[in-house]
Design a protein around this ligand. Structure first.
Ligand code: SMG
Ligand code: MG
Length: 370
C-alpha cells in the first residue's frame, strides 16, 4: 500500500548488436518507454514492451505515452493510498492497452517491494534463483548466415533455439538447422504470417521434431489455431493471441494451443502474467517467458517471473550481450551452462546507470500529483 506522487516517462533508444528481422519487420535499434513511479516511500522502474510502430500489437510508443500521461498517471494520482492488487480497478476506465498498463503497474510494484526490502522473485513465488535461457534468431538473408548464428549461440550455451520463419523461408531452413543439430531443443515463431491454407507447410515442419510452433496464424484468431492444432502433431504455442488470463483459459479450453508464451508486458503486467502462469499450470500446460528485446529493466522483470514453477521450458530471456553492447543497467550475464541469475535484491533488483540512462534518453516528461 502506498501513494504515488510522481510518474516519469523516458523514451530511450539503444542500438541492437545486430538487426532483428521477423515476419512483420526489422529493427536495428531498441526504442521504448521506461517508466519511473515515485511513491511517498520509494521509487520503482518499469519498461513498456511496445515498439515504435503497431506491428506486433496495436500498441506503440507514442500511443502508450499518451495513455499513461492522459489516463493512467491521473488515475494513479486520484487513487490515493493503493495496493498493487487494486490497480486493475484503478485502471478499469481504460480498456485494453495492456503494455501501457504493465509499464506503470510493474513500476509501482517495484517501488512497493523496494520499500519493503523484498525481491520481486520472492513476492511472485519463485522457486529457483537461476533460469534456463533460450535465444530467438531473426530471419537471416541466407541459410548459411542462419547456421552461423545458431552455431555461435549454441557455443555460448543457449539451451533452446527459436527460429523466426515466414512463408518462403521456413521448412528448408529449419530442416538445415535440424540436420546440423539433431538433438537440440528447436522451435519456430511465425508471428502470425500464415493461414489455414498452409497446413502442408506445418505437416512438413511436423517431421522436424520441433518443441513447438509459435503463433502461426492471425494474432486474434483462436478458432483457426484450434483447427490447425487438430491437424498437426507438433504443439502450438500462442504469443500475440494471449492478452489476458481470460484469453489463456479460452485458448487452452478450445485446444488452440498446448503451450503459452508469457510476456508479462503483453498481458498487462506482472500480476496478470502470474495469473496466466497459474491457470496454465492448473491445466497442465507448460509456459515459458517470452521476450520483447527488453533493456536490463524489463529483463530483470522477466527473469523474476521466469523463476516461477510453471515456467518449465527455456524462455527468450537471453543475455544483455545478445541485444546490446551497452545496456542501461549492468548487463545480465549468461553462464556457459545456459542459465542466468534472477536478481536477488529488493524489487526488480537493478537500477539504470545514470550516465547510460542520460545517454540513451530521446525524450523525458514528468507528471506530479497536484
Ligand atoms: O527478447 O529475445 C527477445 C526477442 C524474442 O522473438 C522474440 N520476440 O514474437 O516472440 C516474439 C518476438 C517479438 C519481438 S519483435 C520486436
Ligand atoms: Mg512470438
Amino acid at each position: 500500500m502506498s501513494r504515488v506522487t510522481a510518474v516519469e516517462l523516458r523514451l530511450v533508444g539503444i542500438p541492437l548488436v545486430r538487426p532483428f528481422r521477423t515476419s512483420f519487420g526489422e529493427e536495428t535499434e531498441k526504442v521504448c518507454i521506461l517508466t519511473r513511479v515515485e511513491t511517498v516511500d520509494a521509487h520503482g522502474w518499469g519498461e513498456c514492451v511496445a515498439g515504435p510502430d503497431p506491428g506486433f500489437s496495436e500498441e506503440f510508443n507514442e500511443g502508450a505515452w499518451l495513455v499513461i500521461r492522459n489516463f493512467l498517471a491521473p488515475a494513479l494520482f486520484g487513487a490515493g493510498d493503493v495496493a498493487v492488487e487494486e490497480l486493475d480497478r484503478v485502471f478499469s476506465g481504460v480498456r485494453g492497452n495492456p503494455m501501457a498498463k504493465a509499464a506503470v503497474i510493474n513500476a509501482f510494484l517495484d517501488a512497493e517491494l523496494r520499500a519493503r526490502g523484498r525481491s520481486l522473485a520472492s513476492y511472485l513465488g519463485a522457486d529457483k534463483d537461476r533460469v534456463a535461457c533460450g535465444v530467438s534468431v531473426g530471419i537471416q538473408p541466407t541459410t548459411g548466415a542462419l547456421l552461423e548464428q545458431v552455431d555461435g549461440y549454441l557455443a555460448q550455451g543457449y539451451r533452446r533455439i527459436k527460429l523466426k520463419i515466414e512463408p518462403g523461408r521456413d521448412v528448408e531452413r529449419v530442416a538445415a538447422v535440424r540436420e546440423a543439430y539433431p538433438a537440440i531443443l528447436l522451435s519456430v515463431d511465425a508471428n502470425a504470417a500464415y493461414s489455414l491454407d498452409d497446413v502442408p507447410v506445418f505437416r512438413e515442419l511436423d517431421e522436424l521434431g520441433l518443441l513447438m510452433v509459435e503463433q502461426p496464424l492471425r494474432y486474434d484468431d483462436l478458432v483457426n489455431h484450434a483447427k490447425l492444432q487438430k491437424r498437426i502433431r507438433t504443439d502450438l504455442c500462442l504469443d500475440e493471441s494471449i492478452r489476458s488470463a481470460e484469453h489463456a483459459i479460452a485458448a487452452l479450453d478450445l485446444g488452440a494451443c498446448r503451450i503459452i508464451n508469457i510476456k508479462q508486458g503483453r498481458v498487462g503486467g506482472l500480476l496478470e502474467g502470474r495469473r496466466v502462469h497459474d491457470i496454465s499450470r492448473a491445466r497442465g500446460a507448460p509456459v515459458w517467458c517470452g521476450g520483447m528485446l527488453e533493456t536490463g529493466i524489463g529483463r530483470a522483470v522477466n527473469l523474476a517471473l521466469a523463476a516461477l514453477p510453471g515456467f518449465t521450458l527455456p524462455g527468450d530471456t537471453s543475455a544483455s550481450s545478445r541485444y546490446f553492447h551497452d545496456d542501461v543497467t549492468e548487463p545480465h550475464v549468461m553462464e556457459p551452462d545456459g542459465t542466468m541469475a534472477v536478481p536477488p535484491g529488493p524489487g526488480i533488483g537493478v537500477e539504470p546507470r545514470p550516465d547510460r540512462l542520460d545517454a540513451c534518453t530521446i525524450r523525458a516528461e514528468r507528471f506530479e500529483k497536484e
